[in-house]
Design a protein around this ligand. Structure first.
Ligand SMILES: Nc1ncnc2c1ncn2[C@@H]1O[C@H](COP(=O)(O)OP(=O)(O)O)[C@@H](O)[C@H]1O
Ligand SMILES: [Mg+2]
Length: 281
């Protein structure tokens, strides 16, 4: 139900759009099948120079749609991706698309990464409240974060890392879409967020080490070592949950840090992940 939205078929008049979609972010998406392009006006407002800088860096390494800025920065014209949404594909295809996405993220991290705060710094202002909750504290203490605790490389990433915004083109290329809210995030936040929302079967595969080779590449690009094993894998899932909860808390999302963190942790509980959620992460 959360995916209900307005879509209009446009009969050809003066313009060339075939369908118009009211986007979740308050913007609009015009699909122009003939010219194979999408005209995307973002609900976040006009396109800034900083946005263009981040999106260029992102698109240079990750297979996102090629784009140009239109009008006086009011909209983006991007490549129309012919393919499928990640969640509509079988497990093997989802896994190979995600492996490729993580490798591309390693290149983004190596070339466009900026050294920044580690998890501990990020959490200082909420930590007291967090550790009052025994369950959350135990979960946090058990997570093996390695160097993420003290330093992380930050890269341009989409705010909402959800499998719904990952398409797979007919050439099997993973294509992140819905990039109106790009911002700097820790290097693992986007790929791990997409992985968490890509289905319980994908999360199981991650826990079995199916993605370890790509995680090694990604960690090396950030100047760190992926140790593999259960503790490291669980650690990065918990770190992703903590990062997202803190970010939402700082952005004014109601509920308190403990509630937000608790909700994020439930998305990585194995027993809740036997159905595809595609939910927000
Ligand atoms: N570049 C694109 N190529 C193909 N389809 C697209 C593209 N951009 C958007 N779409 C389609 O339009 C839908 C809504 O666009 P999106 O940018 O994800 O907006 P929302 O904010 O509503 O999630 C997508 O789920 C996808 O089906
Ligand atoms: Mg979307």
């Amino acid at each position: 139900m959360s995916d209900l939205r307005y879509a209009f078929l446009v009969t050809r008049g003066h313009g060339s759009a075939d369908a118009a979609i009211a986007a979740h972010d308050g913007g609009t998406v015009l699909l122009d099948m003939k010219e194979r392009r999408v005209i995307r006006r973002y609900g976040t407002g006009d396109v800034t120079a900083e946005y263009v800088r981040m999106r260029r860096a992102f698109t240079a390494h990750v297979g996102a749609p090629a784009f140009t800025v239109g009008g006086a920065g009011e909209f983006v014209v991007e490549e129309l991706i012919l393919g499928e949404h990640l969640l509509d594909l079988p497990l093997a295809t989802r896994v190979s698309a995600l492996r490729r996405l993580i490798s591309e993220y390693a290149r983004l991290t190596a070339h466009a990464g900026v050294e920044g705060a580690g998890m501990r710094d990020l959490l200082t202002h909420v930590f007291d409240r967090l550790i009052q909750n025994r369950g959350l504290r135990d979960r946090w203490d058990a997570a093996h974060l390695g160097d993420l605790a003290t330093r992380m490389t930050w890269v341009p990433s989409a705010y909402e890392a959800t499998a719904k915004n990952l398409m797979v083109s007919r050439g099997q290329r993973p294509v992140p879409i819905d990039l109106g809210d790009l911002q700097m995030q820790p290097f693992f936040a986007y790929p791990v967020g997409v992985l968490i929302s890509a289905g319980g079967d994908v999360l199981d595969a991650f826990r079995r080490g199916v993605f370890d080779a790509e995680f090694e590449e990604l960690w090396a690009a950030a100047g760190q070592t992926w140790s593999g094993g259960d503790a490291a894998r669980e650690g990065v899932l918990v770190a992703r949950a903590a990062f997202a909860a803190t970010r939402d808390h700082d952005a004014g999302v109601p509920g308190g840090i403990d509630e937000l963190f608790g909700a994020r942790l439930t998305t990585i509980q194995p027993w809740l992940n036997d159905t595809r959620t595609g939910g927000f992460v």
